[in-house]
Design a protein around this ligand. Structure first.
Ligand SMILES: NC(=O)c1ccc[n+]([C@@H]2O[C@H](COP(=O)([O-])OP(=O)(O)OC[C@H]3O[C@@H](n4cnc5c(N)ncnc54)[C@H](O)[C@@H]3O)[C@@H](O)[C@H]2O)c1
Length: 337
């Protein structure tokens, strides 16, 4: 069977894990090239047996018989790279978010559509086994009609302020995953966003124009509600929980731990802290998202996370930002017009 030829752009935290999965876990594909603007990244390319390393995205696209690109470079490169790849007729997997500007995202999606290539966005949490199970329970009507979706999403510690300054802010960088998860679980469209945000972890984050703690309420078109709570720092580690409460019951996904040991003594009960951060906690999801990307390429079916999902999560993020700034609920139509 002819292998699907894939190239990876950006070999940082996320690029490295996707390159590892692509090069080791999918016999039906061959990673033919990798690129990064830093020379040192060639070592990562070599580590996973990718012999062609380059520093320019146009050169990457010119690799003979290339079928697909996996874009893991910084956010401000996504829109340009997706446009170039689409115009070159390559299938595309791109990390979130597509861009920080809704106008630019709309332009990019138009070009992708005209080119006829497929685009999948890296909302990996949809592919987490625990959250997939919750989604399945909702689809099976095990919890009845969902009324309240609760998402707790707290990081073990904030990224450097230099990262925060170019991240687009907490809603577009971090909460965007939770917005997508709420949409995925509800299977409906958000109509209203009401958010409160504060700086409670590090004043430097505030000086950089961002917040580090937030509570967001989403209201869906049928009045189902989702409550998301976020913080850039939880002293006990990465806190990732999901709950769906409905007319027939409740489904919960708790944190994942490195082991299930508990120590019971006269002073109390203790155990390990949750898996440290996203690379550990969502390890399985990074493999499964690529599995489903390849399956969709081979079968010609819809991508499991498409451009519209990317656009709507950004719209919700922008609505949340506006809600904090103006201290009022914001209708999604105010953002999407
Ligand atoms: N889905 C997830 O769970 C998840 C997690 C983290 C980051 N992300 C997203 O992935 C993207 C990368 O984040 P990261 O944490 O891996 O960042 P990172 O800083 O660790 O890595 C970025 C890499 O891209 C390289 N790079 C810089 N400019 C480039 C360019 N013009 N072309 C190609 N490569 C370039 C850098 O040298 C670096 O190796 C971001 O858009 C981020 O939002 C997604």
């Amino acid at each position: 069977m002819k292998k699907i030829k894939v190239a990876v752009a950006g070999l940082g935290r996320i690029g490295k894990i996707l390159l590892k999965n692509l090069s080791r876990n999918f016999p039906e594909i061959k990673v033919v090239a990798a690129m990064d603007i830093f020379d040192e990244s060639k070592e990562i390319s070599d580590e996973f047996g990718v012999s062609v390393f380059m520093k320019d995205f146009d050169e990457l696209l010119a690799v003979p018989e290339l079928d697909a690109v996996v874009i893991c470079s910084p956010t401000d490169t996504h829109a340009d790279y997706v446009v170039k790849a689409a115009k070159a007729g390559k299938q595309i997997f791109c990390e979130k978010p597509l861009d920080l500007s809704l106008e630019r995202v709309k332009e990019v999606l138009q070009i992708v559509e005209e080119s006829g290539v497929k685009l999948m966005l890296g909302f990996n949490r949809r592919f987490d086994p625990e959250f997939k199970k919750i989604k399945q329970l909702v689809l099976n009507d095990a919890v009845g009609d969902p009324q309240i979706i609760k998402i707790t999403s707290r990081d073990p510690g904030p990224p450097p302020v230099s990262y925060i300054k170019v991240s687009g802010g907490m809603f577009l960088d971090m909460t965007i995953h939770d917005f997508d998860m709420a949409r995925y679980i509800a299977g409906k469209q958000v109509k209203e966003v009401f958010a409160k945000g504060a700086v409670m972890v590090d004043p430097e984050i505030g000086k950089a124009g961002d917040i580090d703690t937030a509570v967001i309420t989403l209201t869906f078109e049928d009045d189902t509600m989702a409550v998301i709570d976020n913080c850039r720092k939880a002293v006990y580690g990465y806190d990732q929980r999901l709950e769906v409460f409905g007319s027939k019951g409740m489904a919960q996904a708790e944190n994942n731990f490195p082991n299930n040991h508990k120590l019971y003594t006269e002073s109390g009960i203790s155990g390990d802290l949750p898996l440290h951060f996203f690379l550990e906690r969502y390890d399985a999801s990074y493999n499964q998202e690529i599995r489903e990307f390849i399956d969709a390429l081979v079968s010609g079916s819809e991508m499991p996370v498409n451009g519209e999902d990317g656009l709507l999560s950004i719209a919700i993020g922008l609505a949340a930002k506006k809600s904090v700034e103006e201290g009022r609920p914001v209708q999604i139509d105010e953002i999407l017009i």
